[in-house]
Design a protein around this ligand. Structure first.
Ligand code: 4AD
Ligand code: MG
Length: 479
């Protein structure tokens, strides 16, 4: 008999017909010669109830129906007398596909997040991780659909690279060489000429630089793939391997870039509300009672567009009024997460797109604002900053912090070269990048959205390790 998925069986109203479902036992209880099984096959957060009479089955079979066991059940679909479910199955045949004894690590309900990370190979079978993983899939579909519908092309950028996009140096090296066997020159520098690629290579931290090659040919592209950062930051917001979405668009200015960032995030959130209702309702009940309200709230908000300089002014004002921060926030300082949270969660109480950052802590490729006569530069909406700023546009979200990092790119060859020289960057491996500014250069802009940070927001989860099936963090690459 053909198997019916639980999600379809629960919707089916062909009462009286025979049906076959397969899945894993969530729980079993029994009384007065009747047993009840809650069976789940992952197609939905909901279980289907299987009802059987002990007398109709071998005692041995009934005993083997334990939490976690995998079953194939054939029975009659009937309208359920129990509240909260439309249908159930009166079992006529049960086959145990896989036994599960009492050493099963998901025996007890209410296990801690920390414990569940140690059994990441099995945690997708819990209600919460089932919900998160279905939402994760849906967000990926939302992203592809958004860009496809808006005329962007999915552009595949390499994972192995000889260049460092962000220039932060937090890269994992790729080599086939035996590390005991490295060749070095007279200065002790490693020679890579006999390594696989004949030069030093790493896992990419961002597909942006190659994405710009796509955008300046196809007009609008996006990437969606894994990125790798060897930053030793053991926080609830950082992974060593995470997924990033990077649209890159020709002829886009800063204002339009911010429109895109806002529209795109709202589209994804709306997609979750429209397509993941059961899972969101489960998470709203079990994890975070304000989740759905918060998601609906974001759709109604207009994101604040705040030049860095104005942000600093607000923070300075707060300090004057008695607010205490651990880290300094004078003009020119990189904002710490406490500063971002103050602006987003306490001051504005809505998402903020911060713009026009001092170039000191931003990347070389960002578009430089005009310097003014007093040595400052004109930021967004005329705010005057005491120093050259760059057209970065980061989106800051409540409880997440930075969810998007983006910018307009410097399209002038001369200005870009001046910045590269100022930073004393070695451009040997980026000659091709400079060619975009040499041949038919054009204004363009783009951003990177951390996929897991989006999933954190949409699920209400607190730790980034719990929104990806198998997290990679310092000292942890199990599974
Ligand atoms: O701000 P970032 O470093 O920007 C870039 O890499 C640009 N090249 C993107 C672009 O303009 N095309 O990273 C972008 C986003 C961050 O805002 C954050 O959401 C996420 O990537 N991110 C991380 N997510 C999880 N773990 C980490 N270690 C992350 N580092 C960045
Ligand atoms: Mg950033």
């Amino acid at each position: 008999m053909k198997r019916t998925k639980v999600i379809d069986a629960l919707k089916c109203t062909a009462y009286g017909s025979d049906i076959c479902v397969k899945g894993w036992v969530r729980s079993k209880r029994g009384s007065k010669g009747i047993f009840f099984i809650a069976l789940n096959d992952g197609s939905t957060i909901k279980n289907i109830q299987i009802v059987g009479e002990d007398a109709n089955f071998q005692e041995e079979t009934v005993k083997r129906i334990t939490t976690g066991a995998c079953l194939s059940v054939i029975g009659r679909l009937v309208e359920s007398p129990a509240a909260g479910q439309a249908s159930e199955i009166q079992a006529t045949a049960i086959e145990i596909l896989g036994d599960c004894d009492n050493t099963y690590p998901l025996q007890k309900k209410g296990a801690s997040w920390e414990y569940l990370r140690t059994v990441a190979h099995l945690r997708p079978r819990t209600n919460t991780f089932g919900a998160i993983l279905r939402i994760r899939h849906n967000m990926a579909m939302a992203i592809h659909t958004y860009f496809h519908e808006h005329g962007y092309f999915y552009f595949h950028t390499p994972l192995i690279t000889a260049s460092d996009c962000e220039g932060a140096g937090n890269m994992f090296q790729v080599t086939t060489k035996n590390l005991y066997d490295l060749k070095k020159d007279e200065q002790g520098k490693i020679i890579y000429d006999d390594d696989f690629f004949g030069e030093q290579t790493s896992l990419t931290v961002s597909g942006q630089l190659e994405g710009e090659l796509g955008a300046t040919a196809l007009g609008a592209i996006y990437t969606f793939g894994p990125t790798f950062r060897a930053e030793n930051s053991n926080t609830p917001r950082h992974l060593a391997e995470f997924w990033m979405i990077e649209p890159e668009v020709a002829f886009l200015d800063q204002e339009e870039l911010m429109d895109l960032e806002e529209d795109f995030i709202k589209y994804c959130v709306k997609w979750a509300l429209d397509n993941c209702r059961d899972d969101l309702e489960f998470l709203n009940k079990m994890i975070d009672k304000t989740l759905i309200e918060r998601l609906e709230g974001v759709l109604k908000e207009t994101f604040v567009r705040l030049p860095y300089t104005e942000g600093i002014n607000i923070l300075q004002e707060a300090i004057k009024n008695g607010k205490k921060f651990e880290f300094p926030c004078n003009w020119g300082d990189d904002l710490a997460s406490e500063h971002e949270r103050y602006l987003v969660e306490e001051h504005f109480k809505k998402p903020v797109i911060m713009t026009d950052y001092p170039r000191a802590f931003k990347s070389f490729y960002m578009k430089q604002n005009e310097a003014t006569a007093d040595g400052g530069s004109v930021g967004y909406k005329g705010a005057v900053a005491p120093g050259p700023t760059m057209q970065g546009t980061d989106v800051l979200f409540p409880s997440i912090g930075e969810i998007i990092g983006g910018s307009v790119r410097e399209e002038s060859y001369d200005k870009l070269m001046a910045e590269i020289e100022r930073r004393e960057m070695d451009m040997t491996h980026l000659w091709w990048y400079l060619d975009t500014r040499k041949y038919g250069s054009c204004p363009h802009a783009g951003f990177g959205l951390g996929f897991e940070r989006l999933i954190l927001f949409v699920t209400g989860m607190q730790n980034i390790r719990d929104v990806i099936p198998f997290p990679r963090t310092p000292k942890n690459a199990e599974f």
